[in-house]
Design a protein around this ligand. Structure first.
Ligand SMILES: [Zn+2]
Length: 305
């Protein structure tokens, strides 16, 4: 039996329906050394983000995966506050983003120390919240994984092997993903516990197939950022290539931004439900495949024992 580890506790597959596997409730893209980094007033966060969650609840979405990790303003306490205010489960990661979004303590930590920290967050809880992290979010640069990023990846593999937690990486280039898969294999990690985030950004479709052929998840998470017809073209191409069982789809949208007055203006998480799925149905994608993409795949990817 596997469970999604959420802000509201463990959830089994029969307690959930549609899940959005890559969104953001709270992000700060300033580096951690900047004044005011990740600081915000909880009441302002609730005022901005509760309506966004209520909008997807009304469309039948049952859970959302927060993709803001260490170095880009992860605030587990804010995710929990939004979740409690809406009675809506959110899956929050441990881990850390790529250079230069790496705080000094992560830069200075050994692989073992980082692995132990991720393991504690996945089992005992994030920060002082007592709520366990649901998964591990990392990243690698576009020109190749750096030694520091590789250290974070190897630490993530340690924590994943101990818990079964999924590792997701913001990696734009498919070639870099292949290098990450080599590192995971060398460390004895499970390739099927890895998701290549932003796979849609890799223009060479052969690499989408090559990453999936090695057993990893691929993710098209720009729904709403490009015309829906373009997203549907790519998804249908992946389905025709047999990649449906390993494909995740989401918006990569939201969010409260502490760098902007009042958190800025969030982009809604509704396009998959209101525009993409109707377009896929118009193109003949059957209901079983729709359920696979929106319910079964995200649960299977992000759940663990
Ligand atoms: Zn994202």
């Amino acid at each position: 039996m596997t469970y999604l580890y959420t802000t509201l506790g463990k959830r089994s597959a029969d307690q959930l329906g549609m899940i959005l596997p890559h969104e953001h409730v709270f992000v700060d893209l300033r580096t951690p050394d900047q004044p005011g980094y990740a600081e915000a007033d909880e009441a302002e966060v609730l005022a901005l983000m509760v309506p966004e969650i209520e909008a997807i609840k009304a469309l039948g979405v049952t859970a959302l995966v927060e993709c803001s990790t260490g170095g880009v303003g992860r605030r587990a306490d804010m995710d929990i506050a939004v979740s409690l205010a809406t009675n809506f489960p959110i899956v929050v990661p441990t881990g850390n983003y790529r250079e230069p979004w790496i705080p000094d303590w992560v830069r200075d930590a050994s692989e073992a120390e980082l692995g132990d920290w991720m393991l504690r967050e996945l089992t005992d809880g994030m920060d002082e919240t007592g709520v366990p992290a649901g998964w591990i979010k990392i990243s690698a640069g576009d020109d190749g994984i750096t030694p520091l990023e590789a250290n974070i990846l190897r630490a993530a593999v340690r924590a994943s092997k101990a818990t079964g937690a999924l590792i997701g990486s913001h990696t734009i280039r498919g070639r870099v993903v292949m290098d990450q898969l080599d590192i995971i294999a060398a460390e004895g990690g499970a390739i099927d516990r890895f998701v290549s985030i932003h796979t849609h950004a890799e223009p060479d479709f052969a690499l989408h197939k090559a990453i999936a052929a090695r057993g990893a998840w691929i993710e098209y998470d720009n729904i709403g950022a490009v015309p829906v017809s373009e997203s549907a073209d790519l998804i249908v191409r992946a389905l025709d290539a047999g990649l449906g069982p390993q494909l995740l789809i989401s918006h990569d949208r939201g969010w409260f931004d502490p760098a902007l007055p009042g958190g800025g203006t969030p982009k809604p998480y509704t396009v998959v439900s209101t525009e993409l799925l109707p377009e896929l149905r118009r193109r003949g994608v059957d209901e079983a495949t729709i359920v696979q993409l929106t319910h079964a795949n995200p649960f299977r990817a992000f759940s663990r024992p």
